[in-house]
Write a protein that binds this ligand. Structure first.
Ligand SMILES: [Zn+2]
Ligand SMILES: [Zn+2]
Length: 100
């Protein structure tokens, strides 16, 4: 697995190789574009696979998928617009990892 953006602490043990931020690609979870300064994960072989076929996710969105249900930040209450999903994920991250 790869990560992009500035290195962060809560998930540092699972991080492997830093890569350039895939600006303009869309997060597979929230579907909003990746911006410079975002942080997240890329799964797949980035040397042979085009960005469109890689699994790219904001770090906040990965956490929302894993534990969002228990914190009221999942999609169980109905579909969300991409921007709302992204905002929910960022808000959840701030609650779980204040200061990170
Ligand atoms: Zn996302
Ligand atoms: Zn749920």
């Amino acid at each position: 697995m790869h990560y992009f953006g500035e290195k962060w602490e809560p998930a540092v043990d699972t991080l492997t190789v830093p890569v350039a931020t895939p600006v303009g690609a869309r997060c597979d979870t929230c579907r909003t574009p990746i911006y410079d300064g975002d942080r997240g994960y890329i799964t797949g072989d980035i040397t042979t696979t085009p960005y469109g076929s890689l699994d790219i996710d904001h770090r906040e969105c990965v956490v929302m998928l894993r534990v969002g249900h228990g914190h009221g930040a999942c999609g169980c209450n109905g579909p969300r617009e991409p921007e709302q999903m992204r905002a929910d994920a960022v808000e959840l991250w701030a609650r779980l990892y204040p200061g990170h």
